[in-house]
Design a protein around this ligand. Structure first.
Ligand code: AMP
Ligand code: GLY
Length: 441
């Protein structure tokens, strides 16, 4: 079987790494790929993932049987619809299905209609309306609101506002200055929730939904969750603080209602669905999960810790999803923990340095239970150089989380490039949450 993976980050490297282990595949291609991916797949860096026609030509030329889409943009832009016209199998939701990520208004209305717990919200279509609604929302929720641009805004479209003045500025920027262009034509204003954020990724074929193991991202650039948001500076899985009772609540209130909703609305969602969750009052009597967002793809870096723990053949899972046979699949995971530390370029998430040579990768390759996924590298004559903000995801796997964390940091210290930056506290919040739960018992 010939598989084409679209994307160029750590998530795509992980998907390819896992697909390579399948007994079913014959050849893997990647558009555009990166330096590290080029060791595991045939990369075609001259094509952009927005160039659907060129992708189609590539598919024909190389007789590709299956396309696996990594990031959200091609799905939101309708790559599945485009390639399906030519009877090509694509692992991605359709353009309409991807509205669950591509439109916050669509997602919030969907959640409201199908009883999926989410923060109380209003939709505003004009700047005048938004200014008026903002006053009302602040009266109701004086602790703060979150303003969200409707469309995709490179991860910058949701702004937590503790004061009305800040929110007014955000709304002005989005709706008058149009900093996100048409993505900001409508906005959502919602109650600010407090709690613990977790990620839950599931595979769905429209009839059956199979959750993978849960994980936690570290979005901010600095230790202690300080500083500006990034694409994600590290992750770990599974989460020791998710009780059976909470898992059941998530299943009964969120997963089940999601499935009910996609059937009732004829959305028939098919692909990966990512639930960004906020757990309020964790481990208390009134513990409650809420959905903050849907993503129509695997999370990054979450995928880097989830797929190494998955026992199943990923290609089999993907084919079963496309053929709507997920009911025949049972997912299982190794009884281990995984931790991913992202190594980034100096300056990220603002303007960052590139073209720094990376040393130590060969040595780290020899370490047991350590995997290095490439996110922003290029390979020049067997030497690797940094080429983006997030450079590498260094994953440690072990019997327990503590050892997994130690293993990944041991490897991180062996990898060097000028001005390398990484957070020193990945998974630390997981240990603190568990300690606080035990203290309250
Ligand atoms: P979103 O794009 O909707 O995922 O939001 C991005 C980030 O904003 C989330 O990962 C949260 O950290 C934060 N966020 C979004 N909605 C809320 C909310 N209602 N309350 C508190 N934080 C939120
Ligand atoms: N790690 C967050 C995301 O993939 O959206």
């Amino acid at each position: 079987m010939k598989i084409l993976v679209l994307g160029s980050g750590g998530r795509e490297h992980t998907i390819i790494w896992k697909l390579k282990q399948s007994s079913l595949h014959s050849k893997i291609y990647c558009i555009p790929g990166n330096g590290g991916i080029s060791e595991d797949a045939i990369c075609e860096p001259s094509i952009k993932i927005s160039e659907f026609e060129k992708i189609y030509d590539f598919i024909l030329e190389n007789k590709v049987d299956l396309v696996v889409v990594g990031p959200e943009q091609p799905s939101v832009d309708g790559i599945k619809d485009y390639l399906s016209k030519y009877n090509i199998a694509v692992f991605s939701p359709t353009k309409t299905q991807a509205l669950l990520e591509g439109s916050k208004v669509f997602a919030k209305k969907f959640m409201y209609k199908y009883g999926i717990p989410t923060a109380d919200f209003v939709v505003c279509n004009t700047y005048e309306e938004a200014k008026k609604m903002l006053k009302e929302m602040f009266k109701k929720y004086p602790e703060g609101v979150v303003v969200k641009a409707d469309g995709l805004a490179s991860g910058k479209g949701a702004v937590v506002c503790d004061t009305i003045e800040k929110a007014e500025g955000v709304i002005y920027d989005i709706m008058v200055k149009k900093i996100f262009a048409t993505a900001g034509e409508k906005i959502v204003i919602e109650k600010k929730l407090k709690g613990i954020e977790i990620s839950l990724i599931a595979c769905c074929d429209g009839e059956t939904i199979l959750p993978l193991t849960h994980s936690q991202d570290h979005k901010q650039i600095y230790d202690g969750d300080k500083g500006p948001n990034t694409g994600g500076m590290g992750a770990y899985s599974p989460l020791g603080f998710i009780s059976k009772k909470l898992e059941e609540k998530i299943y009964n209130q969120i997963i089940k209602n999601f499935l009910l909703g996609i059937k009732d609305s004829y959305l028939n969602y098919c692909g990966i669905i990512y639930f960004g969750l906020m757990i309020e009052n964790l481990a208390k009597e009134n513990e409650q999960p809420y959905v903050l967002e849907f993503n129509c793809r695997f999370g990054d870096p979450e995928t880097q810790v989830i797929l190494p723990l998955l026992k199943n053949d990923l290609l089999e899972v993907i084919i079963s999803t496309i053929e709507k046979k997920l009911k025949d699949i049972k997912l299982s995971f190794y009884n281990k923990s995984a931790c991913c530390v992202v190594m980034a370029s100096k300056g990220y998430p603002q303007e960052y340095e590139t073209n720094k040579e990376i040393f130590g990768l060969e040595e780290v390759k020899k370490l047991k239970d350590v995997i290095v996924f490439h996110a922003g590298t290029k390979k020049v004559k067997n030497r690797y150089f940094t080429s983006s903000g997030r450079v590498l995801g260094v994953v440690g796997i072990a019997e327990n989380l503590k050892e997994a964390v130690e293993r990944s940091y041991f490897a991180v210290e062996k990898i060097n490039f000028e001005n390398k930056y990484y957070r020193k506290d990945i998974a630390k919040k997981g240990f603190s949450i568990m300690e606080s739960i035990y203290d309250n018992i």
